[in-house]
Structure formats: structure tokens, C-alpha cells
Design a protein around this ligand. Structure first.
Ligand SMILES: [Mg+2]
Length: 284
């Protein structure tokens, strides 16, 4: 059995940090996976830079910290980094104070407010909006998606921001799979394309570059005593080929797969190069 923790002990001098996926990597079904809690304690003890990197933008840091603690994973709130956090870097000065339509939920307190964007979830106000933030959670799909569709028909130049690019995820309303924020955004863009209108969403979370760039900036803020991280010496540890491993590979990180989540060894070994992990571990 190959353990990630042993790999860490053998190589920590040559590593600059680690970005860790949560579901299927640190915990599963509300319980910590073997070795996960101990690894985080070791990282803290070593002052080894790490962040829990999640595409979950439905929950604020406080909510996420509570969910993780209930599942036996105890981390300081500052070690949680969500795709929603990237909004504040993206919005910067360009969109500060602008009115955006928020589709669904983006944490409570929200990532949009933290980014200084003015938000409405009132579909009647969509025509006044200067862009759209795709959120998560349960909301009235028809009126929201149609409102967004109409806004981009009139203004294809407006930003369509998708923090969580996931196509699907476990359904929030019951059993089975649900359609993710990325899936919903691409559905709307597909309809627009049929009308000859090109709208390309701004993706912020894994596997896209912005979340990695900003995570490196957070490393610099949280570990000022360490030299700037070099991407190739930063581990991206996760269980998903499409998000964690692809994201790690495309952005030049050391992609590491754990087999405790959604991916089998065969699937990983047979994957096309961009989705093939550099290292495979049975568990943490
Ligand atoms: Mg996962």
C-alpha cells in the first residue's frame, strides 16, 4: 500500500506546499479518511504551507469549517480556500460596486459581498445588472436561467462569472447527481451559441488557473518566512482526474491522486496525459 503521508515525510524538504481537495481526499460521507486528520496536524507542526482547496462556493469559510469539524477534520478557517475567494481578486477595482445578478447561493456571508460587488437575486432586476455570478444551492431554475439567457442575448459582452466550474455534483435536493454551476452556465452558453451569440464564462475554480494563482498569493501571505512557492514543487492532491489532476497538470503543479474517492487506479493509468496523475497513492 502506497501512502501519501510517507511520500510527504520522504520529500518535504523538496516541496514548497500542498493544495488539498476535500471530498474523497480528506473526508468521505461526513467522516475523515484514514490519515487525513494526522496529516493536517503534521503540516501545522512543520509550518508546511497548505490550503484546503475547494470548488464549494455554496458555503462560507465558517460554514465549511463547521462541516469539516463535524466530519472530524479540524483546520483553522484561514486554511480553507474556496473558488469563491477568487472573486475578490477578479472583481478588484474593475467591478467594485457594480450590480451583478447572483443565481442561487454563494456562501453566507457571501463571497460576492466580500468582493465588493453589489448583488441582487431578484430576477426582475436582471436587466439592470452588469454581469452574472453563477451560484449554487436550490433556486427557481426556470426564471433564473431564462433571465440570464435574455441578459446575455442583449449584452454578450457582460461577464458571466462561474466560481465553481463543476458540470455535476451530488444533488442538493435529494439522491443522485445534480447539475453543477458549470453545467448550468454551459447550458445557457450553448443556447446562446445556437443563436450565433458567443459568451465565454469566466471560470475561477479548479481546474482553471485563477484559483491556483490566488492560492499561491495566500501562501505568501500566510507563510511570509518561506520563499515564494514554485508551482512544480507544490502538490495538488485530490481524487478527481477532471478537476484536481487536470488542474494540477495544466497549472504546472505536482499532481497526486488518492484512490479514496471517485477514481480507480485503472481509470487513472488509462487517462489521457493531461488527466494522468504524476503520483498515485492508495490513501493519505
Ligand atoms: Mg474530491
Amino acid at each position: 500500500m502506497r501512502l501519501f503521508s510517507e511520500f510527504y515525510f520522504a520529500n518535504r524538504e523538496n516541496l514548497d506546499g500542498a493544495l488539498l481537495d476535500v471530498d474523497g481526499t480528506l473526508s468521505a460521507n461526513g467522516a475523515p479518511l484514514p490519515g487525513a486528520a494526522e496529516l493536517l496536524v503534521q503540516f501545522e507542526k512543520d509550518r508546511f504551507p497548505y490550503l484546503l482547496l475547494t470548488n464549494d462556493t455554496c458555503h462560507s469559510h465558517e460554514e465549511k469549517r463547521r462541516i469539516l469539524a463535524n466530519g472530524g477534520i479540524h483546520v483553522p478557517m484561514s486554511r480553507i480556500f474556496s473558488a469563491g475567494d477568487v472573486l475578490r481578486y477578479w472583481a478588484g477595482k474593475n467591478y467594485h460596486g457594480e450590480l451583478f445578478f447572483q443565481c442561487g447561493v454563494l456562501g453566507n456571508p457571501g463571497y460576492g459581498e466580500a468582493a465588493g460587488i453589489q448583488l441582487t437575486t431578484d430576477v426582475k432586476r436582471i436587466p439592470e445588472c452588469k454581469g452574472v455570478l453563477m451560484g449554487e444551492g436550490i433556486y427557481a431554475w426556470q426564471e433564473n436561467l431564462e433571465g440570464i439567457f435574455n441578459l446575455f442575448m442583449a449584452h454578450p459582452e457582460y461577464p458571466f462569472v462561474v466560481c465553481n466550474p463543476d458540470s455535476y455534483w451530488p444533488s442538493v435536493s435529494g439522491t443522485g447527481m445534480g447539475v453543477g454551476a458549470g453545467g448550468q452556465a454551459r447550458f445557457i452558453c450553448g443556447l446562446l451559441k445556437e443563436m450565433g451569440i458567443s459568451v465565454e464564462p469566466v471560470y475561477l475554480g479548479k481546474p482553471y488557473a485563477p484559483v491556483y494563482q490566488q492560492a499561491f498569493q495566500v501562501f505568501a501571505e500566510q507563510y511570509p518566512e518561506r520563499p515564494a512557492v514554485r508551482a512544480e514543487r507544490v502538490i495538488m492532491l485530490g481524487d478527481s482526474l477532471a478537476s484536481d489532476i487536470r488542474g494540477g497538470n495544466v497549472n504546472g503543479l505536482l499532481s497526486c491522486l488518492v484512490l479514496t474517492g471517485i477514481t480507480s487506479r485503472k481509470l487513472a493509468e488509462d487517462a489521457e496525459e493531461i488527466r494522468r496523475p504524476k503520483e498515485i497513492f492508495d490513501r493519505i
